[in-house]
Design a protein around this ligand. Sequence first.
Ligand code: HEM
Length: 205
Amino acid sequence: MTPADSATLIADAAAAEQLPLSKQLKAGTRRNHDTVDTLVMQARPFESLVRYGCFLHVQHRFHGAINTLYDDITLNRLLPGLSELPRFEAVCADITDLGLPLPPTPPAVATTSTHAALGWLYCSEGSNLGAAFLFKETQQIGLNGENGARHLAAHPDGRGLHWRQFVALLDGLELCESKRDEAVSGAVAAFDFYRAALRELFPTI
Ligand code: HEM
């Protein structure tokens, strides 16, 4: 075998080992997801409207900070249709439904790069999946998709469709290893941000 042949074999093996980006993001943030999931449950956000109001404040902090990413031209070029997906307005409508004042719009997150921003968006869009469970819980406190729990309701096209489309777009991007790592770091930063907001706005957890 010539050196060129072995170089090709090594490159093929590396490509075969490479996970689709969505799977790499999932694997790289599993622990982060699970700690955030546990903290949300410890916060008991569906025990009362008062606690749910605090949860909405966390959602407002998170979705408000990433809202401008959804309109970013470069990100929309990478992920066509992105601008149709943000949930910040729905979070604001939920807060208003509860008769609570809207907090000031949070400052936009300073993502370190376009690829890091992909990781933040992965975190936000993936949270729609767990939202199915959270949405059911809101019914215990008398809320629904038209009142107070709009941002957790399924999209009229179904909860899975937009996620599958988003994943297909992510997985179709041809990114080198360092850009994929930036995306994973961005997703980790997004979970860290969410965790910090939870701890600040639910001081007892
Ligand atoms: C009590 C709170 C939560 C529960 C019970 C929960 C539950 C779940 C479940 C069951 C899934 C997998 C759904 C499926 O594969 O069909 C999921 C996925 C996901 N959740 Fe959560 N979640 C919670 C909170 C969050 C939060 C606050 C975030 C983000 C800030 C988040 C981000 C994600 C992401 C990114 C995925 C996609 C994982 C993948 O790549 O497949 N989750 N969640």
